[in-house]
Write a protein that binds this ligand. Structure first.
Ligand code: ACO
Length: 328
C-alpha cells in the first residue's frame, strides 16, 4: 500500500489537570500584579499547579484517559511520544516513565522538545511513523510542569503559565483523517523565549543559583507579533491544502497563551469567534499541553462531531509553529 493511501486519524483524547488552583488574586499576594491587569492583558483568570505530582504523573493520567476514549489497551500502543520542555529528568525521557506507569511494555518511548508546538510536532511524527509502516497506534502526549521553571518573583512571566497534560491516540485507519499539516521552525529567534540556565551551556552552580537562570525568560511583545503571524499563515495553509474554506471549519483549536493572540488570529482567519475554542481563562499557558487539553475538552463538550472539520494551530519557543486540518 502506498503511503498516500494510508489514512491516519485521532482515535481518542484525554487530559489531566492537577487539583490545585492558583487564582489571579492569589498571585497578587506574591507579586505586584492584579486580577484586572492579568485579565485584560491575557484573559487568564486562574491556572493549575501540580503539587506532589510529577510531569509524568500528569502525562500518564492524560494518556490513560486517551486510551480509554480510543477503547484501546496499553498493550496496543507501539510508540509513546511526550512533548515537553519541563521533563521529570533530563535523562531518561519523561516518556520512559510514562511507558512504565501505563504498562505499555511494547511501546518505544521518547520525548520531543518543541515548546508550545510540541503536541502537533508529535502528531506529525506519529502520522509519519504510521504511514511508514513502523507503528499502528501512537500515544502522543503534551505535558508540562511549568510551575517548576517559573520565576515566582517575575510578574511579567509567572502570571502566564500553568501545569497540565493532554493526550491523543493516533491510529492507522479509522473514520476521521488528518488531512494536512504545516510545521516550521525559525532558529534565529531563540533569544526571545527561553530557559537560559540548567542545560549544558549554563548549568546551575553554587555561584549562579541566585540568578534564577533556570526559569522562563520572555520578550512578550516580540513573541506576540511572531505568534500572530506564524499561526495565521500556518492555519491558512492547512485550510487551503485540505481544500477547505474557513466556513467549512466547525472548530479552531489554537494554542492557549493569550486571548488577545487568539482574537487576532480569529479575525485574520475570517472565522467566527464562537467557533474558536478557549480554556486559557482556567488553565493559563500550559505550553505543549495547551492545545491537547483544549482538543480533549472541545471533543468532550461536543464542539464538533464525526465528519466535521477542525483546525489545530500552535506556536512556541524555538521559534516553532504548526497547524493541522483534521476531519473528525
Ligand atoms: N502585572 C502588572 N503589570 C505588569 C505585569 C503583571 N503581571 N507584567 C508586566 N507588567 C507591566 C510591565 O512591567 C509594563 O510596565 P511599564 O509600562 O511600566 O514598563 C506594562 O505592564 C506593560 O508590559 P508589556 O510587556 O508591554 O505588556 P503586554 O501588553 O505586551 O503583555 C504579555 C505582556 C501578556 C506577556 C504579552 O506580551 C504576551 O502574551 N505575549 C505573548 C506570549 C506568548 O504567546 N507566548 C507563547 C509561547 S509561550 C512558550 O512557548 C512556552
Amino acid at each position: 500500500m502506498s503511503h498516500e493511501s494510508i489514512t491516519v486519524s485521532i482515535a481518542g483524547t484525554g487530559s489531566c489537570l492537577p487539583d490545585k488552583t492558583l487564582t489571579n488574586a492569589d498571585l497578587a499576594k506574591i507579586v505586584d500584579t492584579s486580577d484586572e491587569w492579568i485579565t485584560t492583558r491575557t484573559g487568564i483568570k486562574e491556572r493549575r499547579i501540580a503539587e506532589g505530582m510529577s510531569n509524568s504523573d500528569l502525562a500518564t493520567g492524560a494518556g490513560r484517559q486517551a486510551l480509554e476514549n480510543a477503547k484501546l489497551e496499553a498493550s496496543d500502543i507501539d510508540q509513546i511520544i511526550v512533548a515537553t520542555v519541563t521533563p521529570d529528568t533530563l535523562m531518561p525521557s519523561t516518556a520512559a516513565y510514562v511507558q512504565h506507569k501505563l504498562g505499555a511494555t511494547k511501546a518505544i518511548a521518547y520525548d520531543i522538545s518543541a515548546a508550545c508546538s510540541g503536541f502537533l510536532y508529535a502528531m506529525q511524527l506519529a502520522e509519519n511513523a504510521i504511514k511508514a509502516g513502523s507503528a499502528e497506534n501512537v500515544l502522543i502526549i503534551g505535558s508540562e510542569k511549568l510551575s517548576s521553571f517559573v520565576d515566582w518573583n517575575d510578574r511579567t512571566t509567572c502570571v502566564l503559565f500553568g501545569d497540565g497534560a493532554g493526550a491523543a491516540v493516533i491510529s492507522k485507519g479509522g473514520e476521521g483523517a488528518i488531512l494536512a499539516t504545516e510545521i516550521g521552525t525559525d532558529g534565529s529567534q531563540t533569544e526571545i523565549l527561553k530557559i537560559p540556565g540548567g542545560g549544558s551551556n549554563c548549568p546551575t552552580t553554587a555561584s549562579n543559583i541566585g540568578d534564577g537562570l533556570a526559569s522562563i525568560k520572555m520578550e512578550g511583545q516580540e513573541v506576540f507579533k511572531h505568534a500572530v503571524n506564524r499561526m495565521k499563515t500556518a492555519a491558512n495553509s492547512v485550510i487551503e491544502k485540505a481544500n477547505l474554506q474557513p466556513s467549512d471549519i466547525a472548530q479552531v483549536i489554537p494554542h492557549q497563551a493569550n486571548l488577545r493572540i487568539i482574537d487576532a488570529i480569529s479575525k485574520r482567519l475570517d472565522v467566527d469567534k464562537d467557533i474558536v475554542f478557549v480554556n486559557l481563562d482556567r488553565y493559563g499557558n500550559t505550553s505543549a499541553a495547551a492545545v491537547a487539553i483544549a482538543l480533549d475538552e472541545a471533543q468532550r463538550a461536543d464542539k464538533f462531531k464525526r465528519g466535521d472539520h477542525i483546525v489545530l494551530v500552535v506556536f512556541g519557543a524555538g521559534l516553532t509553529w504548526a497547524a493541522s486540518a483534521i476531519r473528525w
